[in-house]
Design a protein around this ligand. Sequence first.
Ligand SMILES: Nc1ncnc2c1ncn2[C@@H]1O[C@H](COP(=O)(O)OP(=O)(O)OP(=O)(O)O)[C@@H](O)[C@H]1O
Ligand SMILES: [Mg+2]
Length: 236
Amino acid sequence: MLSLEAVEVGYGQIKALKGITLRVSDGQIVALLGANGAGKTTALRAISGLLRTSAGSISVDAVRLDRLAPEEIVRRGVVQVPEGRRVFAGLSVLENLRMGAYCRDGSIADDLERVYRYFPVLGQRRRQAGGSLSGGEQQMLAIGRALMARPKVLLLDEPSLGLAPKLVAEILKIIRTINADGVTVLLVEQNAYQALSIAHYSYVLRVGRVVLEGTAEELKDRNDVVRSYLGRQAAG
Ligand SMILES: Nc1ncnc2c1ncn2[C@@H]1O[C@H](COP(=O)(O)OP(=O)(O)OP(=O)(O)O)[C@@H](O)[C@H]1O
Ligand SMILES: [Mg+2]
């Protein structure tokens, strides 16, 4: 289980997270929802060790993560797919995928095969430059690269951003398959309706605090409340 206890993170004087507590049980998909600036990316970057916490604790299976270096956190199986994809534009698809395995030893052949099974288009385009892929393909590559590290917990930051509805549905379906294959998922989304459709449990952030949490069913029953925290587009 990944757990955050009363986590605070600041940028200088500004507190972006004001003490958030959340849990992601093994095998679950948990959605972290919230409007622009709510603190979603900050939370993921704190879990990944890219930002330091100023209070609280982050742990996975009782091991404290919040004082470890980012690569140590990856070695412990917690791997982030960053906001905005960030594929290496000048490297080929295959080289991008290899980069994902940099924190571990051993053969990558099985892992590549697995990534190409989830995303056949990446197999077809493995010699092509990352920067020449479409937006949706780049998102697939970013997820594939994270899978190369053999995550126990996958942290996804707005995988649906900027994609056509059909592609969004496809990406969510693959996320569900990856989860069914044993990877725990923390899914950051502004697109609450889509995220709730696959999440076992959700938290809603508003300016650095958790203001609502529950199962998709519970939150759907409170659609009006969810909508008021997320803005008009959010609850579908
Ligand atoms: N590098 C930074 N320096 C100063 N303030 C920052 C920095 N990054 C984020 N913030 C502030 O922290 C708050 C939370 O930002 P964060 O990026 O975590 O939001 P978010 O929920 O991911 O939003 P979005 O949906 O737009 O991606 C915002 O008020 C933002 O302006
Ligand atoms: Mg963000």
